[in-house]
Design a protein around this ligand. Structure first.
Ligand code: NAD
Length: 483
């Protein structure tokens, strides 16, 4: 399939497409070929200043916060409708810049639209409360938007991660400055334009592409920012938290994971295999909550390994535009990293049942889908986040041991278990140290369900009603009546 793409993209600030202040550009490449497909203006500190100033102007004008919440919510919902209406245009752009296949790009656009529809619908439901203080007093709590929300977005689901934070921020009455990911910023740039098209005030959503170390760092340290939402690696998350601490602004950080699924002897092995397909190969494993470890009871291990290896070998590999399931990793650097992990697995004594290397003879950044067995918890492939299509299968003998291995990581983003025994499902789910637990289907949940990490996987929750609370603070007004 062929698709055309504009050769040069600008940042979207204050309702307008603008060049970078210093004229710099960032090249965007197609991960399936390694070839440049477009350039985008390279935002730096001066561009961030401009975007924050526009967002501040929007906040100070009261255009968002003074609007009746149901009307604001309607505009937010309209963004979702426009996204759906432009899905045929945006999906190939997202595929070309990120590598993911067209079906998954469409799913991402629909998921992004759903965030705007969901949070737009909740806008009018953000309510304060009355607190009785006895005769002579009137006391009430007012939910108050923070003001300017700074949002730093990763490359694995660029549009969806941006939508996940922009939608509740707007619903609660904030303006947003989004630092889009430098590797695949194009679909997110369109989101800024769509927000303006629906009638949200200029400056309500500003999108600046740039590198993390300059545009990202300038945004998180900016004195005009009132709240920060970051999604990305633990290493960068730590820097964000330092920046937030310096200025004492709240920060939500959604970070990495090393999530484990536990297969009990009574598990439905068809469900396990299907969950492995999506759990580790969806978006070629570039998913923070990927099922990168599978802990399998020794009595069913051989059968599970055989089934997952057969499923893996049946997956098509190639460009996302041709609807392959295994698509390229985002960059040459990411491919080197993931292959390096796979090589370390073999060196440390694990056995690759299938895969184990980059795909030979391809121009793009293709990694073979890889299944390791004979893995022990200390190996790097079992302990560190790989962020690629590499599954580590670890055998265990009893429930306590499985729980100890599953919880034996600094991460705590997701976990799962496969069993027909409901008592065991509840018991084990309660003991797993993770922000979400999937039973019998990896990724069971939706935009309505809170998502975030225990331990080093993050602070705060995105998605669901819980996330709205990130975007406003409570103001208590206590009145002593004079007569
Ligand atoms: P990353 O931390 O390298 O980059 C994420 C974003 O932060 C990018 O936009 C980048 O430009 C920016 N950034 C980098 N340095 C910065 C700095 N000093 N100041 C401000 N911004 C900076 O992560 P990545 O490689 O883009 O994404 C992969 C990581 O993200 C994985 O660890 C993955 O698990 C995690 N992730 C988590 C979630 C979640 O919801 N928990 C979702 C997606 C990805």
């Amino acid at each position: 399939m062929q698709t055309t793409i504009a050769p040069y993209w600008r940042n979207f600030i204050g309702g307008q497409w603008v060049d970078a202040a210093n004229g710099g550009r960032i090249a965007v490449e197609d991960p399936a070929t390694g070839e440049r497909i477009a350039e985008i203006a390279r935002g730096e500190a001066a561009d961030v200043d401009r975007a924050v100033a526009e967002a501040r102007r929007c906040v100070d004008s009261g255009a968002l916060s003074a609007m009746r919440p149901s009307a604001r919510g309607h505009l937010v919902q309209e963004v979702g409708r426009r996204l759906r209406a432009r899905i045929d245009e945006i999906a190939p752009i997202l595929t070309l810049e990120s590598g993911k296949n067209l079906t998954q790009a469409r799913t991402e656009i629909e998921g992004s639209a759903a965030y705007f529809e969901y949070y737009g619908g909740l806008a009018a439901g953000i309510e304060g409360r009355y607190i009785p203080l006895g005769d002579g007093y009137v006391d009430y709590v007012v939910p108050t938007p923070f003001g300017v929300s700074a949002q730093i977005v990763p490359w694995n689901f660029p549009l969806e991660m941006a939508a996940r934070s922009i939608a509740p921020a707007l619903a609660a009455g904030n303006a947003a400055v989004v630092k889009s990911p430098e590797l695949d910023p194009l679909a997110v740039a369109l989101l800024g334009e769509i927000c303006a098209e629906v009638g949200l005030p200029d400056g309500a959503v500003n999108v600046v592409c740039g590198y993390g170390h300059d545009a990202g760092a300038a945004l998180t340290a900016h004195p005009g920012v009132d709240q920060i939402v970051f999604t990305g690696s633990v290493e960068t998350g730590r820097k964000i938290l330092h920046a937030a601490a310096e200025r004492i602004v709240p920060a939500v950080v959604e970070l990495g994971g090393k999530s484990a699924g536990i297969v009990f002897p009574d598990a439905d092995l068809d469900a396990v295999t299907e969950s492995a397909k999506w759990g580790i190969y969806f978006n070629s494993g570039q998913v923070c909550s990927a099922m990168s470890r599978l802990l399998v009871h020794r009595s069913v291990k051989d059968e599970v390994v055989e089934r997952i290896a057969a499923m893996t070998e049946g997956l098509s590999m190639g460009p996302g535009l041709d609807e392959n399931f295994i698509t390229p990793l985002i960059s040459a650097e990411q491919l080197d990293r993931v292959e390096g992990y796979a090589l370390s697995g073999a060196q440390q004594g694990a056995r690759a049942v299938t895969g184990g290397r980059r795909a030979p003879g391809r121009a793009g950044h293709f990694m073979q889908p890889t299944v390791f067995t004979e893995v022990t918890p200390e190996m790097r492939i079992a302990a560190e986040e790989i962020f690629g299509p590499v599954l580590s299968i670890i055998a265990y003998d009893d429930e306590e041991q499985a729980l100890a291995i599953a919880n034996g990581t600094p991460f705590g983003l997701a976990a799962g278990l496969f069993t027909a025994d409901l008592d065991r499902a509840h018991r084990v789910a309660h003991r797993l140290e993770a922000g979400q637990v999937f039973v019998n289907e990896w990724y069971a949940g939706g935009i309505e369900t809170p998502f975030g990490g225990f331990k080093t996987s993050g602070i705060g929750r995105e998605k669901g009603q819980e996330a709205l609370g990130n975007y406003y603070q409570s103001k208590n007004i206590g009145i002593r009546r004079l007569n």
